[in-house]
Design a protein around this ligand. Structure first.
Ligand code: SF4
Length: 300
């Protein structure tokens, strides 16, 4: 199974695919065309308040892991909370936040500390190796590449990759978005299943050799999960994906997924849906969905 001509054309222009790019193709081919092919400047500004809060919380979580990475004993919850508070002041001090956004960050700090405690216990007790914001890339033949190599075909930075001495690997994506009534662990995993599978591909094809070279650990299986800050929970897939599955079914799924989304991207067809509300290209496509107080035109 190989990538089709459209995928090879779109992914090989010195602008590699990423999960977020292909996710745009899934939601709207028109937006993909404007944003990534024609490189048209967006004309509608989307309210970035939630994104700013999410970025700050994300940074606190990531830096919190870094602070304790060299520790040989698991920190107490009070120690972790102290570090979270300090990191919160640091990141808030560096960002243009309103008092409401500051309050929203403050409300999530207890949950960040709970997640950090859970991460650190597993990492320190098992003497695991950790990669944060791990850059991973592959070429069109699925060979590992350097993240900045213009010949890479698909790449991504993964929030956290935890490598255990026995070869088990956990791939964690941090989520700071809301959870709605009725959403369950299973439905959240389903919602992000494409992203988690794409990350499995990046780890298996893009990072396997690096992990072996740097730590002498052969990957035996990969398990993915979502670290959901608003519910202070780490939701893992029911079972790890074995190397057999990664090298066959998951790889075949990946090629098929990239091919299909590349076709959608090239078709460029408009797909009006709920996500139009948060789109920066609504003027370009003529959508009136979500035109309101939260959106304002960008002065050109
Ligand atoms: S507003 Fe909706 S239909 Fe228009 S480009 Fe954006 S996502 Fe596509």
């Amino acid at each position: 199974m190989t990538f089709n001509d459209t995928a090879l054309m779109l992914g090989n222009q010195g602008r590699p695919f990423s999960f977020s790019k292909l996710d745009v193709a899934k939601t709207c081919g028109f937006k993909y065309t404007k944003k990534y092919i024609e490189r048209v400047k967006p004309t509608d500004l989307v309210d970035g308040s939630a994104a700013l809060v999410g970025t700050i919380v994300h940074s606190i979580l990531e830096d919190g892991v870094k602070v304790f990475l060299g520790s040989t004993t698991v920190p107490t919850p009070a120690e972790v909370l102290g570090v979270v508070d300090r990191l919160s002041s640091y990141h808030i001090g560096r960002s243009p936040v309103t008092s409401l956004e500051k309050e929203k960050v403050a409300l999530l700090l207890g949950n960040v500390a709970i997640l950090l405690n859970r991460f650190l216990k597993a990492i320190i007790e098992h003497k695991a190796k950790v990669y944060l914001e791990a850059p991973a890339a592959i070429d069109q033949y699925l060979n590992p590449m350097s993240f900045d190599d213009p010949k890479s075909f698909f790449r991504g930075k993964i929030d956290m990759v935890v490598v255990y001495p026995n070869g088990a690997v956990e791939v964690i994506d941090h989520k700071t978005s809301r959870v709605f009534d009725g959403q369950t662990s299973a439905s959240l995993l389903q919602k992000y299943q494409d992203q988690l599978r794409a990350y499995e591909i990046l780890v298996y094809h893009g990072l396997r050799k690096k992990i072996l070279h740097e730590h002498g650990i052969e990957i035996k299986a990969v398990r993915t999960g979502l670290a959901y800050v608003v519910i202070a929970d780490l939701i893992k897939t029911p079972k790890p994906t074995t190397l057999d599955v990664l090298s066959k079914e998951t790889t075949e799924w990946f090629v098929d997924w990239v091919n299909k989304l590349s076709d959608r991207a090239q078709e460029g067809s408009v797909n009006r849906a709920s996500h139009c509300k948060w789109c920066e290209y609504k003027t370009a496509c003529g959508s009136r969905v979500g035109k309101g107080r939260k959106i304002k035109a960008v002065a050109l």
